[in-house]
Design a binder for this molecule. Structure first.
Ligand code: MG
Length: 314
């Protein structure tokens, strides 16, 4: 039985709390954001950003969320994955396919994954156009930049709509596996688009360890493996990932706009209390059957929205 400790940012921890939805424990551990228990693992996330995984499946469970640095590892046996040191020297200036996703922590809306190819000669132009870490950009900027770069760089967008998401999630597929399949398909599409040209590297914003990524892809017809690298915070390593992230967010924003039109009111992003209220409003106006085409049903927000409807407090 091993323990794994990861240091994660608060966005990730909130994403995790939503992911564990039904597995959350009602325990109030001092300093913690949440505690959850899966079949073989106890997960405790602290306000400090430390997340502790305990139990037989601790390594497997932790690998969904990040990579333990050697110093934060409390038991042996964590497989090595691509730390920044494993990236090719000078990757930032290479011709790279970057891949990133949006929507995994949002109750409303799909998961959007984009892979985008940026040639080294295009890097200065993209910088000029304002492409950088999308976390530093508001929606307005994202939309403006996306509209320009979508015609400049080859990319592929994969959208996992809510109906399909809920279907595969209920069949037992993890979000990690969904993401791996979407990233792989988007990368293959871009490779196809730019062929016979080949990228010098393919950089995926890391959401699981490389070994887990390929495990998820077992059984897929084709898997892009050549020159594939993983890194956390990859948006800051190559503009191709930053561009992919901007395009993925643009697609996500457009989808939320569509959902808002269908709902007849503004659909909020994220997974906070505001989405519970919005979902309750939706149930009241359109009925419960509408929910699977709007939200990620396994999030704890579903129960909270239902509770609001039952109490008529929305
Ligand atoms: Mg990412």
């Amino acid at each position: 039985m091993g323990n794994v400790v990861l240091n994660l940012d608060m966005n990730k921890i909130i994403e995790m709390r939503n992911y564990y939805g039904k597995n959350l424990l009602d325990k109030n551990i001092p300093g913690s954001v949440f505690a959850a228990k899966t079949g073989g693992c106890m997960v405790t996330a602290y306000k400090s950003g430390k997340v502790l995984f305990q139990g037989n499946d601790s390594e497997k469970e932790a690998s969904r969320w990040g990579t333990a640095s050697p110093s934060s590892k409390t038991s042996a046996g964590i497989t090595k994955s691509a730390a920044k040191g494993d990236l090719p020297v000078g990757i930032s200036q290479m011709s790279v396919i970057g891949s990133d996703e949006v929507g995994t922590g949002d109750f409303f809306g799909p998961i959007t994954v984009v892979s985008a190819y940026v040639k080294k000669e295009q890097i200065p132009l993209l910088k000029e156009l304002g492409v950088r870490d999308s976390k530093d950009l508001n929606d307005e900027k994202i939309i403006a930049i996306a509209k320009v770069i979508k015609d400049i760089i080859p990319f592929s967008l994969m959208t996992l709509k809510n109906e399909k998401y809920n279907q595969v999630q209920q069949s037992g597929m993890s979000q990690g596996k969904m993401k791996a399949i979407l990233h792989n398909q988007a990368i293959l599409n871009v490779l196809d688009k730019i062929s016979p040209e080949k990228p010098e590297a393919i950089l995926i914003d890391q959401f699981v360890q490389g070994s887990t990524y390929y495990q998820h892809l077992k059984g897929q017809k084709a898997v892009a493996k050549e020159n594939v690298y993983f890194s956390t915070k990859a948006e800051g390593i190559h503009l191709a990932v930053a561009a992919a992230s901007i395009l993925a967010r643009y697609a996500f924003i457009q989808y939320i706009d569509k959902l808002s039109d269908a709902a007849g009111f503004r659909i909020p992003k994220g997974a906070g209390a505001q989405v519970d209220v919005a979902a309750a409003k939706l149930i009241m106006s359109k009925g419960r059957d509408i929910l699977p085409s709007f939200v990620k049903l396994h999030f704890a927000n579903t129960d909270k929205a239902n509770a609001l409807v039952n109490k008529k407090r929305y």
